[in-house]
Design a protein around this ligand. Structure first.
Ligand SMILES: Nc1ncnc2c1ncn2[C@@H]1O[C@H](COP(=O)(O)OP(=O)(O)O)[C@@H](O)[C@H]1O
Ligand SMILES: [Mg+2]
Length: 287
């Protein structure tokens, strides 16, 4: 299903996600158009509630947008059946969470083999062990999560997410539960998958130091992309975040209960013919 040769691993076109209805409606994403080039590492930052997790879930096929189009490795997710979406989530994308989400009764090796088993494949032991070696845990294959440190557990989770060779690795606050030193190990590991294997990584983080490992930072506020920046150091990212947090702290009607607008034109379909919204923002073309 996936095609790693696609120049854009993920594209979002005018993606909108509304939760609830009427007076209780919350617009979590308010028309996001973005491209994530294959082989790049993007950090997504923004105040709490700005839509970061919703963006990740929509881009990974874990959630369906209310409006707009998501394309993963050349496949428009909109028309896919639930079954086809399940296959995409299983084989096309990998997901890493703040809380590791390993199966406590299984060893590191069995956890990494799990996606292959769930796909009905007999896990290739050499491939699973190579995946563990890649994250520096060749000697921990037989250990259960409780016998591993937090950083080691997250590295097992990364090996598990990569074992199907997904087009995109999504990470939602992957270092949120780790100390500074261990965080840097995990971030260096993610960076290495991009540099050595051309992996595409999209990571939500609130840590300006974490953003320093990425090729670019996408800043969200109130469900909208407010900036896409390359080459910021941690201090500049922290300054930018502080400004966004200060704005988000002010009471504002935006982003809460705003009525969802339907696009007038052919907005729901892929804008391949140029009649849709402006091309997704691509940091490589901005410089
Ligand atoms: N399942 C849900 N039901 C209702 N509202 C939700 C749901 N998920 C997220 N939201 C709301 O959408 C907004 C964006 O949430 P989220 O994407 O989790 O933000 P972030 O990850 O940036 O903190 C928030 O206002 C949040 O309360
Ligand atoms: Mg979140």
């Amino acid at each position: 299903m996936t095609n790693s040769a696609t120049p854009e691993a993920v594209q979002l076109w005018s993606v909108r996600r509304t939760y609830g209805s009427g007076d209780n409606a919350v617009t979590a994403l308010d028309g996001v158009t973005l491209a994530f080039p294959t082989g790049t590492f993007t950090a997504v930052m923004g105040p709490s509630g700005s839509g970061k997790s919703t963006l990740l879930h929509c881009a990974a096929g874990l959630d369906r947008p209310t409006d707009g189009t998501v394309v993963v490795a050349g496949t428009d997710l909109g028309p896919l059946s639930e079954h086809a979406l399940t296959l995409l989530r299983r084989d096309g994308v990998g997901f890493v969470f703040q809380s590791f989400n390993l199966v406590s009764a299984l060893t590191a090796e069995q956890n990494v083999a799990l996606p292959l088993r769930l796909a009905g494949r007999r896990p290739d032991r050499a491939r699973v062990l190579a995946g563990l070696a890649e994250v520096g845990l060749a000697d921990r294959a037989g250990h259960r999560p409780s016998e591993l440190s937090g950083g080691q557990q997250q590295r097992v989770a990364i090996a598990r997410a990569l074992v199907t060779r997904p087009a995109v690795l999504f990470a939602d606050e992957p270092t949120g539960a780790l100390d500074t030193v261990t965080s840097h190990e995990v971030l260096a590991l993610l960076r290495g998958t991009v540099d050595r294997h051309g992996q595409t990584v999209i990571m939500v983080t609130h840590d300006p130091a974490a953003a320093g490992y990425a090729d670019r930072v996408v800043f969200l506020a109130d469900g909208r992309v407010v900036d896409v920046v390359s080459g910021l150091d941690a201090e500049a990212v922290a300054t930018r975040m502080a400004r966004l947090e200060a704005t988000a702290a002010r009471p504002s009607p935006a982003g809460t209960g705003a009525p969802r607008r339907r696009p007038d034109g052919p907005g729901g379909s892929a804008p391949a013919d140029g009649s849709g919204p402006a091309a997704p923002v691509d940091a490589r073309r901005e410089a």
